[in-house]
Ligand binder design. Structure first.
Ligand code: FEO
Ligand code: CA
Ligand code: CA
Ligand code: CA
Length: 659
């Protein structure tokens, strides 16, 4: 079971992120001819001094004067395949808090250890593969009472007693049992749960709360913004083009200043198939997004029992059928956790991506940017700048702020400058003759628009984090095995066969989130320390050496700042691979952005990704997620079957975490 489970995850990991981008960013091709060494030396020199043109950019002087921000004892890496715990530094405790199958709705059936629950039960219980999340405090007791909103990215084979059942129909098409498919759909989406400290100060879930809610791949969701009711959004199941059933593959997230949650739809392409080869070739909103074009969709073959996932056009009546269904995924989904009756809304003005996250930077006068990574090899970093401004006195108007604005893609120049390229119809070649009939076409194929404007293809952009005081922006570039081959080296992505990834940071001009220019540098390259030996006792090859000042890690993914400016880094590496012999199990680390020191704070069980992070406003309670543990890890009810689990971390003396 363990091996099967891990192979499943490794396959998903490899294929989820297969490169689709045909762009080779010719404006940067000149860089290919420079030696990698020079490029690396250049970025390292910038990294070491923190200066561009003699000007201190990473303006954290105020924090530097306080000494190190890291006030805990770092822990060692765990490299054993039998490691099945969550460990934290001395003086801290970690407790399993909310696992797949735990009751969400009042009256939900208790989870069955043999996973024999039916889909109606799953619809009332926690979904699988916990990922991005956020704690929304109640005003009366913000540090001891709130709503925890948790994404459920996808499902594991452990969802069913005997794994996923596929039956060949004799013609090479895989068929799925409807009951399993419905349960898988019910295990996607997100959970909203009320949590509070009890009289003893211990955090508890409130099982009868009216706020508790499951949103899944079966929930009614509204389409909002420029593509609402657009012909390209109409399907047989929704001739109005204004309502979608469900949200898929919610990975990371964001929050708005008006208190809503932004779930983000990442690898939605794996759920659809278009079998018409000729149609597939010309339908960019399928092809450029990696929709499958074989007999079945890539993993789950839901289309065998749920026609909505078969996006093959109907030859007799091409405008009927479900070929537009994939157009209705890849969006930011805005959810009001405090209104359980509110219909979630997909905000189409923000563009359609393999969207990892949507992270706010709030500027002066209520101006905003929402940053997103598009996590596939060679995809781009984006930001959306709403046309309007946030005004706390206008709560109703705020609810429409994500329906109009400008989407940009990032170009990282070799000299450390950067440009935000506006994806605006009619400008810079985004015209009908290049395949963009209108702004809706630009939003639907934002990747194609960014190709045309020569945005910089990145090493799989994941989470973004914005420094709470300086508004410096950081992004994790998790890894890219095709860098240096399919995608040329460049200053921002300087390592060939980049298996460890890097963290990059930039300052918007004048610290204005809406600026169209910025300056950037590499914060660190992940990987082994110089001089490290691999599992065979041989020196680690040069492209796997990092620039980490402190504890090593591979494949940064989750990323967030606390209020004091500590940068928390979560990893999603393959601990079975040879390049992770020294970094081991996935982990949570903490970095001081000024000194760049990195210290390991938490290590999770073998086979798991560590992802999702949130705190109470006083930063004395922290939750993180253990996603798809490969081996037994005690869940919230003490059952030791591997289950994705939200873990609560506190300090034994009740102090602020990390200090
Ligand atoms: Fe779902 Fe890009 O991580
Ligand atoms: Ca991720
Ligand atoms: Ca990842
Ligand atoms: Ca994941």
């Amino acid at each position: 079971m363990r091996q099967e489970h891990q192979q499943y995850h490794a396959d998903l990991q490899a294929a989820d992120n297969h490169s689709i981008n045909p762009s080779q960013a010719p404006s940067l091709n000149s860089l290919v001819n420079q030696s990698r060494r020079n490029l690396l030396k250049g970025s390292l020199a910038m990294a070491a001094c923190g200066f561009f043109g003699g000007k201190l950019l990473w303006g954290a002087e105020a924090f530097a004067k306080q000494g190190s921000l890291l006030g805990f004892t770092g822990i060692t890496a765990q490299t054993s395949a039998s490691f099945d715990q969550v460990i934290v530094p001395p003086g801290y405790t970690a407790r399993a808090f909310f696992s797949w199958g735990d009751a969400v709705l009042d009256g939900a059936p208790a989870w069955q250890p043999d996973a024999s629950d039916n889909w109606q039960a799953q619809l009332q219980q926690a979904g699988d593969n916990h990922d991005g999340m956020h704690f929304f405090p109640f005003a009366d007791a913000p540090n001891s009472h709130g709503l925890l909103v948790i994404n459920h990215e996808y499902i594991n084979p452990t969802l069913h007693p005997g794994g996923l059942t596929f039956v060949d129909d004799g013609n090479g098409f895989k068929q799925r049992p409807l009951e399993q498919v419905r349960k898988e759909q019910a295990a996607h989406g997100l959970s909203i749960i009320e949590v509070r400290r009890d009289r003893d100060g211990a955090w508890q879930r409130a099982p009868k709360s009216a706020y508790n809610r499951r949103i899944s791949a079966l929930t009614d969701i509204e389409l909002a913004g420029p593509l609402r009711a657009d012909p390209r959004m109409k399907t047989a199941s929704d001739p109005s083009g204004s309502r979608v059933i469900g949200t898929l593959n919610n990975c990371a997230m964001g929050v708005t200043p008006w208190g809503t949650y932004l779930a983000c739809e990442e690898n939605f392409h794996n759920y659809f198939v278009n079998r018409d080869a000729a149609d597939y070739q010309q339908r960019v909103e399928h092809r450029r997004y990696g929709i499958g074009n074989e007999k079945n969709s890539r993993y789950y073959a839901w289309e065998s029992v749920d026609a909505r996932f078969d996006a093959t056009p109907n030859a007799e009546q091409p405008h009927l059928g479900h070929c537009n269904e994939p157009n209705r995924f890849g969006w930011v989904v805005e959810i009001d956790p405090f209104d359980p009756a509110a219909t979630p809304a997909k905000r189409t003005a923000m563009g359609r991506l393999g969207r990892e996250c949507s992270v706010l930077s709030l500027g002066d006068g209520g101006r905003m940017a929402y940053y997103s990574g598009d996590d596939s090899r060679g995809e781009y970093v984006y930001k959306f700048v709403p046309e309007g401004r946030f005004d706390p006195a206008q709560p109703a108007a705020n609810r429409r702020l994500l329906d109009a604005g400008t989407l940009y893609a990032a170009r990282f120049n070799a000299d450390g400058s950067g440009l935000w390229l506006p994806l605006v119809w009619g400008e810079n070649g985004l015209t009908a003759e290049n395949g963009f009939a209108d702004q809706q076409a630009v939003l639907l194929n934002a990747r194609g628009a960014a190709d045309l404007l020569q945005a910089t293809p990145m090493d799989r952009p994941e989470w973004v984090a914005v420094h709470p005081q300086t508004r410096e922006v950081y992004v994790t570039l998790t890894n890219n095995s095709e860098r240096g081959t399919r995608f040329p080296l460049d200053a921002a992505n300087p390592r060939a066969d980049n298996l460890h990834g890097q963290i990059l940071r930039w300052n918007e001009t004048a610290a204005d989130p809406t600026a169209t220019t910025f300056t950037w540098e590499i914060f660190l390259l992940a990987g082994d320390q110089p001089g490290a030996l691999d599992a065979a006792g041989q020196p680690v090859s040069e492209n796997l050496l990092g620039t980490i000042n402190g504890d090593i890690f591979s494949s940064p993914d989750g990323l967030a700042f606390d209020a004091s400016g500590r940068l928390w880094i979560q990893t999603d590496s393959d601990e079975q691979a040879s390049h992770t012999a020294n970094t081991g199990c996935n982990q949570l680390l903490c970095a001081d952005p000024h000194s760049r020191e990195v210290r390991r704070f938490l290590v999770g069980p073998w086979g798991a990704e560590i992802t999702g992070i949130t705190w109470t406003p006083d930063y004395r309670s922290m939750w993180i997620n253990v996603q798809h543990p490969g081996i037994s890890y005690p869940a919230s009810d003490g059952q030791t079957r591997p289950r994705s689990t939200t873990v609560l971390v506190t300090r034994e003396d009740g102090g602020v975490i990390g200090t």
